[in-house]
Design a protein around this ligand. Structure first.
Ligand code: FMN
Length: 291
């Protein structure tokens, strides 16, 4: 039995392994040291090259918005906000020939207890997220972007304000209007329709569906909503291709996932690995007995 073999090998050696004999290592958080988060650092890691490739600014033929959506669909990327909805499919629901503004809302509310994957990304690699956001906005024809940021994330807010200003001073392409919105401090405001209500200045209460936000979302306009890590996964897909991304993970769960490890365990932290990996070293031993 392959599964049993792999698990027993892991238990014997403690060495990370996987069920699919392919890549397992970090992609989104790779090469970060907590200090190399500025625009020039990201560019030196190849940042904004995916966006330039799409727009044909690298001397290549460029891509159409439909091709970008198709590539994200082919990658199998699913939303990292919790529901796991296929991202490319969600983008394709947005009307194409719409006579009015379309909006993108980035869900950075991160209210689930014990979660910190979005905060890590925003603090340590904000431009990876911003590049993904710009690619999504371009592919879907977005006019206005709202980043709905958990209000307790003061550090993220300071970084995002500064890095957005840097981006606006030297933009890689025409930028949509981007507004950074402080969250309302209620867990329910992380739910997409309650978040829309909150951005509109109302109390955060879940809206009845239909209509889907893609048809009638923020201020009644077609709106796509994505999590920070969903967007931060997009530059890798566009730079290296859907096939490369799919080679991490297994079945319908493609790519890598940041595992947020907290609680009464040997070593907490954030571990990004491909789906199908076995890397539970951190989890095995509680430091103190459970009470
Ligand atoms: C009660 C509730 C709270 C939620 N909180 C969050 C959150 O803090 N961050 C987030 O990204 N998604 C959250 N979601 C999921 C969002 O409604 C939505 O599915 C997600 O932001 C879509 O982005 P994705 O497709 O990129 O995952 C929550 C859902 C529910 C039902």
């Amino acid at each position: 039995m392959k599964v049993e073999q792999i698990l027993s090998q892991f238990q014997a050696t403690g060495v990370e392994t996987c069920f699919h004999d392919r890549h397992i290592v970090a992609q989104i958080y790779a090469g970060l040291d907590g200090r190399n988060w500025r625009l020039r650092d990201y560019e030196s890691r190849g940042g904004y090259q995916a966006l330039r490739k799409i727009l044909g600014l690298d001397g290549g033929p460029g891509m159409t918005p439909d091709q970008v959506v198709a590539e994200v669909k082919a990658s199998g990327l699913r939303g990292r906000g919790g529901a796991g909805f296929p991202t490319g499919l969600k983008w394709s629901f947005m009307p194409k020939n719409y006579n009015g503004p379309k909006y993108l809302v980035c869900n950075s509310d991160e209210g689930e207890p014990g979660t910190f994957k979005d905060r890590w990304c925003l603090e340590r690699d904000p431009h990876r997220f911003l590049e993904g956001l710009l690619i999504a906005a371009w592919a879907v024809g977005i006019e206005g972007v709202w980043i709905y940021l958990r209000d307790e994330y003061h550090g993220c807010r300071a970084i995002l304000e500064r890095e957005l200003a840097r981006l606006q001073a030297d933009p890689p392409c025409a930028l949509p209007v981007i507004e950074l919105r402080r969250g309302a401090g209620a867990y329910i405001c992380g739910e997409e329709s309650a978040m829309i209500e909150s951005i509109e200045g109302k109390r955060g209460i879940v809206r009845a569906k239909p209509p889907l936000p893609a048809l009638q979302g923020l201020f009644g306009q077609p709106t796509v909503i994505n999590n920070v890590i969903t967007l931060a996964s997009v530059p890798i897909i566009m730079a290296k291709g859907a096939a490369f991304y799919k080679d991490f993970g297994m079945g319908r769960s493609t790519g890598t996932l940041p595992f947020q490890i907290t609680g009464n365990i040997k070593q907490g932290g954030l571990v990004e690995r491909a789906f199908g990996s076995v890397s539970y070293t951190h989890l095995t031993l509680p430091t103190t007995p459970y009470v």
